[in-house]
Design a protein around this ligand. Sequence first.
Ligand code: AMP
Ligand code: MG
Length: 358
Amino acid sequence: MYKKLRKSSFRIMSIAIIVATMAFIMLGLTGCNRNSDFITKQFFAMDTWMEIHLPAEYSEDELETYFKDIEALVRNLEGLCSVTSPASDLYKLNNSEEETTTAVNEELLKILSEAETLEDLTNGAFCDKLYIISKEWGFTTGDYKVPDSKFIEEGLKKIAEVVENNNVVIGEDYVTRPVEISFDLGGIAKGYATDLVVEYLKEQGIDSAIINLGGNVHVLGEKADGSAINVGITDPFDESVLGTIALSGKAVVTSGNYERYFELDGKRYHHIIDSKTGYPADNGLVSVTIIAEDASYADGLSTALFVMGLDEASEFWRQNSESFDAIFVSENKEIYYTSGIADIFECNKEYTKNMVTH
Ligand code: AMP
Ligand code: MG
């Protein structure tokens, strides 16, 4: 008997936004809230809740247009990257019987290229080719099971061969891959969508906003009074607020073992797969939060560093500390945060706190 749990489908969780003046007044627009600084709109897409906070200074008509455009933009990306919807571009690519698939959507090619770059950078901890294995675990279909160990072993062998021989080519308008290889962009797609929303807002001349796409947060600019915006980091043990980080113009993304999992015989199997073993990463970490300029980079790294484990992830940060900071939470309630955020990360929980330094 196993218990099925797909929590992230039902509510916004990974990161709780805490805006200082949170006295909501309902506004005429459906799903919108008005407070003194921001208007909030929520919608469900990419299998999770999305939440957009825009400055209250805009008119209802302007806001309605912005919210509509943003939702359309996110839904368009969902239509590209879904591994389960037969209409999606990625589904068609994954199920193509041709080694070379032509006329692949330009945006999808960009996301795949970014995923491949992250795979190289993280030495395979981030792996966009795990779908043959993760599909079998049932995290995308809801048909949860522990796959046969032989199946996992063979899947890993196939992926290793493809990586070793550079058998995946992302071309100008085509993708070449051995037909048995399927891509899963779930570790980066929401971050990528967040970056697109930020780009759109900047194009509209909006310089202050908070975008939370299922825990992929970008804080654009600051509050009306010029102060930084506090973003709450989720406590992986009870999903309360672990602490806050004061940000302006940055993305913050969390990967956690509590976001999607099932339980079998008292053991929890979560959705972040260790690309070396084919099983859920099991190295003592329960969540990894990344703070960086771009949400897609932060999204990819949160998944990858979760797979690496604390020691390797700390070393990775030392090698790349100019591009991100991180907060790691371990299963024995220890928090490790990198020195770059020492002044802006606040945590009042009784957990052991350690600073990761160079
Ligand atoms: P995140 O919540 O951003 O950590 O992403 C988790 C999602 O990324 C999973 O639901 C899978 O779709 C995908 N995924 C799981 N393991 C990996 C991995 N090792 N590398 C890249 N993507 C992964
Ligand atoms: Mg990720």
